[in-house]
Design a protein around this ligand. Structure first.
Ligand SMILES: C[S@@+](CC[C@H](N)C(=O)[O-])C[C@H]1O[C@@H](n2cnc3c(N)ncnc32)[C@H](O)[C@@H]1O
Length: 214
C-alpha cells in the first residue's frame, strides 16, 4: 500500500542516516522481516530515544509487545527504566519472553499476557509513559484506563496513528474504512480532550504525543 505520510525518497534518505543497531536488536529486526512482524519503525525508535533522553521515564507501560523489540530497546536506553508490557497473542508472548531473557534485561521488563482491554482494568500504580502500539481499532477503548494509569505530566505515545495516511482519506479503501474511522475518532479525542495536550507527528506511520495535564 502506498505510504502517503512522508515522501518515500525523504524517508529513505533519513533512514539511511540513522544509527544501525547491533546484537540482539539487529537480530530481532532481521527476524521481524520474514514472515513480517510489525515492530517500531527505525525513525520512530530514534525519535523516542531522543525524547526519552529528555523525559527520562522510570515506568513505561507498553500495550502491544509482539516479539519484545521495542520493550528491549526502551529498557536498554536507561538502566533506571522499568517496563510493563501487554501482549494477547500467546505465540508472540512466548517469543518475547525468550527475547527478554536473551537481552539480559528481563529483571526490568514484566510481560502480562492477555487482552489489554481486560488487563488494563486490573493494573494499578502510575506510569510516566504509555506506549500504545496494539490493535488500532481499540485505541479509543483503552483511553480511559490509560488516562487513569498515566501520571499528571506523563506522556502517552500512540504509534501508527495516521495509518499510512488513510485516516485523512475522504474515501478510504473499503477494507480500511472501519480502522480509518476508529483512528479518526481517536485523533479527534486526544487532540480535543481537555486533560491532554497533543501533537500528531507525521513520522513513520504517524506518532501521537500527548501530555496528561490533569
Ligand atoms: C505493532 S505490534 C507491537 C510491536 C512492538 N511494540 C514493537 O515495536 O516491537 C502489535 C502487537 O499488539 C498485539 N495486540 C493487538 N491488540 C492487542 C490487545 N487488545 N491486547 C494485547 N495485545 C494486543 C498484537 O498481538 C501484536 O503483537
Amino acid at each position: 500500500m502506498e505510504d502517503k505520510i512522508v515522501y518515500p525518497s525523504v524517508n529513505d534518505f533519513l533512514r539511511n542516516q540513522l544509527p544501525k543497531h547491533s546484537g540482539l536488536l539487529y537480530e530481532l529486526e532481521e527476524y521481524a522481516k520474514e514472515p513480517y512482524i510489525p515492530i517500531i519503525q527505525p525513525e520512530v525508535a530514534q525519535f523516542l530515544k531522543v525524547f526519552f533522553g529528555y523525559s527520562r521515564p522510570k515506568k513505561i507501560l507498553e500495550i502491544g509487545t509482539a516479539i519484545g523489540y521495542s520493550a528491549i530497546f526502551f529498557a536498554g536506553l536507561d538502566e533506571n527504566t522499568e517496563i510493563v508490557t501487554i501482549e494477547r497473542n500467546p505465540d508472540m508472548a512466548k517469543l518475547a519472553k525468550d527475547n527478554f531473557k536473551k537481552s539480559g534485561l528481563e529483571n526490568r521488563i514484566t510481560l502480562i499476557e492477555g487482552d489489554a482491554a481486560q488487563v488494563l482494568e486490573t493494573l494499578e500504580g502510575e506510569f510516566d509513559t504509555v506506549f500504545l502500539d496494539a490493535a488500532k481499532g481499540q485505541y479509543m477503548k483503552f483511553l480511559p484506563n490509560i488516562l487513569r494509569l498515566l501520571k499528571i505530566g506523563g506522556t502517552l505515545i500512540t504509534d501508527n496513528i495516521l495509518y499510512r495516511g488513510i485516516v485523512a482519506d475522504e474515501n478510504p479503501p473499503k477494507k480500511h474504512i472501519t480502522i480509518a474511522r476508529n483512528l479518526r475518532g481517536y485523533i479527534i479525542e486526544i487532540t480535543h480532550n481537555e486533560r491532554l495536550e497533543t501533537s500528531v507527528i507525521p513520522l513513520g506511520d504517524g506518532v501521537g504525543i500527548s501530555k496528561k495535564l490533569k
